[in-house]
Design a protein around this ligand. Structure first.
Ligand code: SAM
Length: 278
C-alpha cells in the first residue's frame, strides 16, 4: 500500500509527497509535530500539517535566511534567532566565527527535541558554546530587549496560531528597539505568488519603521509555489549592495546556495514582485 502526505498550501492548491515511513507524530501544547520520511525529499518536518523543512531543500532556506543579513553587517557580534526549532538556521549562523553569541528563542521545546532525534543534520549546533537556547514566546522576549543584537533572524512558520504575532507591526517595532544602532533583521515572508497581501503588509510596516526595507527571493521546491520571499529591515547597511567588504569569507564553508553573487542577485526582483512593494 502506498502512503501519501498532502499539504493544503492555500485554497485551491495542494502538494502531495510519497511517504516511505511516518517516523514521529505528537501533539504539543502549541502544535502537531510530524516527521515523515519521503521518497523525493528525504526526512520532512511538518507542523500543523505544513511542511517546515526537508533534508533535500533545507539548505536554500537556511543559508539565505542566515548569510544574507549576517554578511551585510561588517562586524556582527550578537545574533538573535526567533523560532527555528529545527536548528537549520542556528547551524548556518554558527558558521560565522566572528560572532560572540547566538541566542535562540523557540516557543516549543518539543520541536527542538524531535529535531535533535530525527533531523541531526539540522539540529547539530544547539550544543555549541556560543549558543544560548531559550524556550519561550519570541514576541514577549523581544519586547524586553533594547539595543542588544546586531542581527535578528525570524525563522517563523506560516502566520497563524502562536506565530501570527511574528508578522505584526508591533513585533517589528520591538525588533527595531532590540537592534543596535546599525543592526538589521530578516524574516521569512512567504510566497510572492500566493501571499501577496501579507508581503505588502509586512513590507509596508517594515518600511515605516526602518530607514532601509528590502525584499529578496530564493527558490525552495517544497514551499508553496516554490518561490520564497524574505524581508529585511535595516538601520544602516543596505543588503541589496551585497556583502560588506569586511564580511567573513564563506567560500570554504561547503555552502550549497549562498555566494556573494547570489546574495546580490536575490535582490533583483521580477516586475510582479516589485509591484508588491509600491
Ligand atoms: N522554515 C520554516 C517555515 O518557514 O516553514 C520555519 C521553521 S521553524 C520549525 C518555525 C518554529 O517557530 C517552530 O518550531 C515554532 O514552534 C516556532 N514558533 C512559532 N511561534 C513562535 C513564537 N511566537 N516564538 C518563538 N517561536 C515560535
Amino acid at each position: 500500500m502506498e502512503v501519501w502526505f498532502t499539504e493544503l498550501q492555500c485554497s485551491g492548491l495542494k502538494i502531495t509527497c510519497k511517504v516511505l515511513q511516518t517516523l514521529h507524530r505528537e501533539i504539543t501544547p502549541f502544535q502537531e509535530i510530524a516527521v515523515l520520511d519521503t521518497e523525493l525529499y528525504g526526512r520532512m518536518l511538518v507542523l500543523d500539517g505544513a511542511i517546515q523543512t526537508t533534508i533535500a531543500d533545507e539548505f536554500v532556506y537556511h543559508e539565505m535566511l542566515a548569510h544574507v543579513p549576517i554578511c551585510t553587517h561588517p562586524a556582527p557580534k550578537d545574533v538573535l534567532i526567533i523560532g527555528g526549532g529545527d536548528g537549520g538556521c542556528a547551524r548556518e549562523v554558527l558558521r560565522h566565527q566572528q560572532l560572540n553569541s547566538v541566542t535562540q528563542v523557540e516557543i516549543d521545546q518539543r520541536v527542538v527535541d524531535v529535531s535533535r532525534h530525527f533531523l541531526p543534520e539540522l539540529a547539530c549546533s544547539f550544543d555549541n558554546h556560543r549558543m544560548s537556547l531559550r524556550f519561550e514566546d519570541g514576541i514577549a522576549f523581544i519586547k524586553e530587549r533594547e539595543a542588544s543584537f546586531d542581527v535578528i533572524l525570524v525563522d517563523a512558520p506560516d502566520p497563524v496560531g502562536v506565530a501570527a504575532g511574528l508578522f505584526s507591526q508591533e513585533f517589528y517595532e520591538s525588533v527595531y528597539r532590540a537592534l543596535r544602532p546599525d543592526g538589521l533583521f530578516a524574516a521569512q515572508t512567504e510566497s510572492p505568488f500566493l501571499n501577496k497581501e501579507l508581503i505588502k503588509r509586512v513590507y509596508g510596516s517594515v518600511r515605516g519603521i526602518f530607514p532601509i526595507a528590502r525584499l529578496y527571493l530564493a527558490n525552495i521546491p517544497t514551499y508553496p509555489s516554490g518561490l520564497w520571499s524574505f524581508t529585511v529591515g535595516s538601520k544602516r547597511y543596505d543588503p541589496a549592495q551585497g556583502p560588506a567588504s569586511a564580511a567573513e569569507d564563506m567560500s570554504n564553508q561547503g555552502l550549497r546556495y549562498y555566494t556573494p553573487e547570489v546574495h546580490q542577485a536575490a535582490f533583483i526582483l521580477p516586475q510582479f514582485a516589485q509591484a508588491l512593494l509600491k
